[in-house]
Write a protein that binds this ligand. Structure first.
Ligand SMILES: Nc1ncnc2c1ncn2[C@@H]1O[C@H](COP(=O)(O)OP(=O)(O)O)[C@@H](O)[C@H]1O
Ligand SMILES: [Mg+2]
Length: 360
């Protein structure tokens, strides 16, 4: 055992800030020997409550306990610490960009995007999704999140109109109160606790994956590196559909469209008189604006169907009710921390997905 260890984290100069998140900060740093690494460090309990620190601790532990056969799926873990601050250092993937950018910049043709999905599906379902005995957290989390979102909508002057019976994209939607009552007494929630419970990635969307930015030959789509495991709600184990649902919510273009507001939304106009005269004042519509230039990467290349095929090969057909409830949960979690048109779209998505969960 070495007796004189360098203090963790070692002294480093910040070279480039990658993400100033709510709970943590991710940056490229240079250490004394001149090499670069990526440092992810909690902002501490003071700024954002204890969850951020717990999450980062869980994230570091996740990386530290990966089996040897999975280490090439993630950047190498160089250091972890947990005293005045919590954090970890990992290898800097120089020349890599996140796969959201690969998609937006249309760097891959369809074959390459399919190879990427096949590779991801294989590593994920075969190797990462090992059986887990961790306490299931998801059901409690879904309930809490839906409840918080209900309160948020009740208190929101522009969105409380979505609480009643409405129509979304021509589909009749029960009041939120009724939807939640049905969900809570239906068997859907219990199915999340049934087997298989597996280790998840937990935050599996294209921006948490890296690929070389330049063509590196036939193996390019398989040089995929996963980062940032464990969801913001601390979920790192559970039903495998969680990872597929998260993946698809982004890879279909829906999440990028919502975040960048490449959306067509109707029904929130201040003056309802015109629509009243047509008798549809409770009628809302939303869609991705597929004409928008920023959406072409997701329109021209299908980034999701191959993953779905692989999922069904491993786990059988997708349980639609569970799937829609997950989509409602992801949307609900974001209703409380967004605003404007993104928030409108998230709220409509949540209400429509809850209805699909009930009707399927
Ligand atoms: N090891 C790494 N090498 C290169 N870039 C990285 C690395 N880790 C993270 N990044 C970049 O930083 C961004 C934020 O990192 P991430 O771990 O996803 O933080 P957050 O939890 O804030 O989402 C990523 O989307 C990616 O672009
Ligand atoms: Mg991330």
């Amino acid at each position: 055992m070495p007796t004189t260890q360098l203090p963790s984290p070692c002294t480093a100069q910040e070279v480039q800030l990658l993400r100033d998140g709510y709970w943590d900060r991710t940056a490229i740093v240079a250490i004394d020997d001149g090499s670069k690494r990526v440092r992810k460090i909690s902002k501490g309990a003071k700024s954002a409550g204890p969850w951020g620190q717990d999450n980062l601790r869980a994230e570091a532990n996740y990386l530290a306990t990966l089996e040897a056969e999975l280490r090439d799926c993630f950047p190498p873990l160089l250091d972890t610490w947990d005293h005045a601050t919590t954090g970890y250092d990992m290898g800097y993937m120089d020349g890599y960009i996140d796969v959201g950018q690969t998609a937006r910049q249309q760097l891959f043709n369809q074959t390459q995007a399919d190879v990427m999905q096949s590779y991801l599906g294989q590593r994920l379902f075969q190797q990462l999704h090992t059986p887990s005995t961790a306490t299931p957290l998801l059901v409690e989390n879904i309930k809490n999140t839906l409840h918080k979102t209900q309160v948020c909508l009740q208190e929101h002057p522009q969105l409380s109109c979505l609480l009643d019976q409405i129509q979304i994209n021509d589909i009749p939607v029960e009041s939120l109160q009724e939807q939640l009552a049905y969900i809570y007494k239906s068997p859907i929630l219990a199915r999340f606790d049934a087997s298989p419970q597996v280790r998840l990635h937990g935050d599996l969307f294209l921006e948490n994956m890296l690929l070389p930015s330049a063509d590196s030959g036939p193996d390019w789509p398989r040089q995929l590196i996963l980062i940032d495991p464990i969801s913001v709600a601390g979920i790192g184990a559970g039903h495998p559909l969680f990872d597929l649902g998260k993946y698809e919510s982004y890879a279909t273009g829906e999440l990028p469209a919502m975040r960048q507001q490449r959306l067509l939304i109707e029904g929130f106009e201040d003056v309802k008189i015109e629509s009243n005269s047509k008798g549809n004042s409770n009628h809302y519509r939303w869609a991705i604006d597929w004409q928008d230039e920023a959406m072409q990467g997701f329109k021209n290349i299908n980034w999701h169907s191959r993953m779905r095929e692989l999922y069904t090969q491993y786990y059988g057909p997708v349980d639609t009710a569970m799937y829609e409830l997950l989509q409602a949960y992801f949307a609900a979690a974001m209703v409380v921390c967004t605003q404007g048109r993104e928030q409108q779209a998230r709220a409509l998505k949540m209400r429509a997905s809850l209805q699909l969960a009930l009707d399927s």
